[in-house]
Design a protein around this ligand. Structure first.
Ligand SMILES: Cc1cc2nc3c(=O)[nH]c(=O)nc-3n(C[C@H](O)[C@H](O)[C@H](O)COP(=O)(O)OP(=O)(O)OC[C@H]3O[C@@H](n4cnc5c(N)ncnc54)[C@H](O)[C@@H]3O)c2cc1C
Length: 380
């Protein structure tokens, strides 16, 4: 198999690197860590202005499918705040696949211009892995829907223009069959957002929906067909839009720090460094496969699970040994003098566990692989 990139894609990668040099400054990265909002509006607008976002949306993209992978891969390796962009492009892909013409016209242009973000409201406090059991209700009232309930972990709700909201519309049928997905503006009356601070620095939110009224034009996919919409979202979320090279900035910062103080002279440190670099390469190849499937019109559900499980665990392994190798300096945070690798050892030790949870936990993804790839019996 030939993994080399075409001259056009290499030129695109150079363009991405130029943009990153200009827009992903140390100040932008610092703002992400101090604010907890993993988004850079100025970067989004520049990528939108150059037409790069439109080209990257799976199924809509007019560029080489590999461009989406290259864009997120470069952003992630640079440690850029790209989460807002990733979710927005993912939902643009879902709207493009399942939405009405009216929804495509209302929602996609703001996203691909880099102006508007989307947050995902499907998990609830008691229903994360078992998301089909959610209890937020949408009830028909004349020609409107009235939504009541509470969602947990609605990341980026504090800056998003839109929310995709999984609701229960029929309580009389098996749980997967009575769900409907909506997409509505976050400034719709009745929505409240409360911040939740996480171990991994990123702010997420609890969101509340109190007699929120929307019309049929807010239904994304079929009424009572929300499970199909949900699985389409998850297929794009897992291991496609970045999230698989998170250890690269850590290894870069750790390397620069460890060279300077002799830690890298230890044979055991060098061996661990090389193993982690190999891990990142494997994660990269797995991601390329998922991204290619997504960008050429497919749904990489299983392949995405494989990339996500491997990459999240590789990131955790890297963060654990760098923390051990750094000693007490590894516990110091950004802006603290003497912090190992400028604070990245501490940050990644706190952030890497989170990656095995969001977008579906490692255990759930392992079940997915065991059942759908290996043909093992269902575990529950
Ligand atoms: C930082 C962060 C951001 C997030 N962002 C969003 C977001 O934007 N939108 C959104 O809707 N959700 C979001 N989530 C929610 C995330 O998807 C859920 O946390 C995740 O699906 C796990 O659900 P849970 O927290 O309810 O844990 P639970 O489902 O209660 O799981 C607890 C433990 O049990 C294990 N477990 C559960 N079921 C099984 C099973 N069948 N087999 C084996 N093991 C099992 C899990 O792997 C886990 O270890 C986010 C979460 C975090 C931490």
């Amino acid at each position: 198999m030939d993994f080399s990139l075409s001259p056009e894609v290499l030129a695109f990668r150079d363009e991405m690197r130029d943009i990153i040099r200009e827009f992903v400054t140390p100040e932008v990265i610092d703002r992400m860590h101090t604010s907890g909002t993993f988004d850079a509006p100025e970067l989004n607008l520049e990528l939108g202005r150059r037409g790069i976002l439109e080209r990257a949306v799976p199924g809509l993209g007019k560029g080489d499918p590999i461009e989406m992978y290259v864009m997120f891969n470069e952003l992630e390796k640079a440690g850029a705040p790209y989460d807002g962009l990733a979710v927005a492009l993912m939902i643009a892909a879902v709207v493009n696949k399942l939405g009405t013409e009216d929804q495509k016209e209302r929602i996609i242009p703001g996203i691909v211009a880099g102006r508007e973000l989307v947050c995902m409201g499907y998990s609830e406090a008691d229903h994360g892995s078992d998301v089909a059991s959610i209890t937020t209700r949408a009830v028909r009232d004349g020609d409107e829907w009235v939504i009541n309930g509470a969602k947990m972990w609605t990341t980026l709700a504090q800056v998003a223009r839109w929310v995709i909201l999984l609701t229960r519309t029929d309580t009389e049928v098996p749980k997967h069959k009575g769900l409907t997905m909506f997409i509505l503006p976050m400034d719709t009356p009745g929505i409240r957002v409360d911040p939740v601070h996480t171990l991994g620095t990123e702010i997420t939110n609890a969101t509340y929906y109190d007699d929120v009224r929307v019309g049929d034009d807010a239904v994304l996919g079929e009424v009572d067909g929300g499970w199909r919409t949900m699985t389409t979202v998850l297929a794009f979320e897992r291991g496609v839009m970045g999230g698989t090279q998170a250890g690269v900035p850590l290894l870069r910062h750790f390397h620069d720090w460890a060279v300077g103080n002799g830690v890298l002279d230890e044979p055991v440190t060098r061996e661990r460094m090389v193993r982690s670099i190999i891990d990142m390469q494997v994660a990269q190849v797995l991601t390329m496969r998922s991204a290619w499937i997504a960008a050429s019109g497919g749904l990489p559900g299983l392949e995405g699970s494989m990339s996500k499980v491997f990459a999240a665990e590789a990131y955790q392994r890297a963060s654990r040994w760098t923390l051990a190798a750094a000693g007490p300096a590894g516990l110091l945070q950004f802006h603290e003098p003497q912090a190992a690798a400028d604070g990245f050892v501490d940050y990644d030790a706190r952030h890497s566990p989170v990656m095995t949870i969001y977008g579906g936990t490692t255990e759930i993804n392992r079940n997915n692989i065991a059942e759908r790839h290996l043909g093992l019996p269902r575990s529950r």
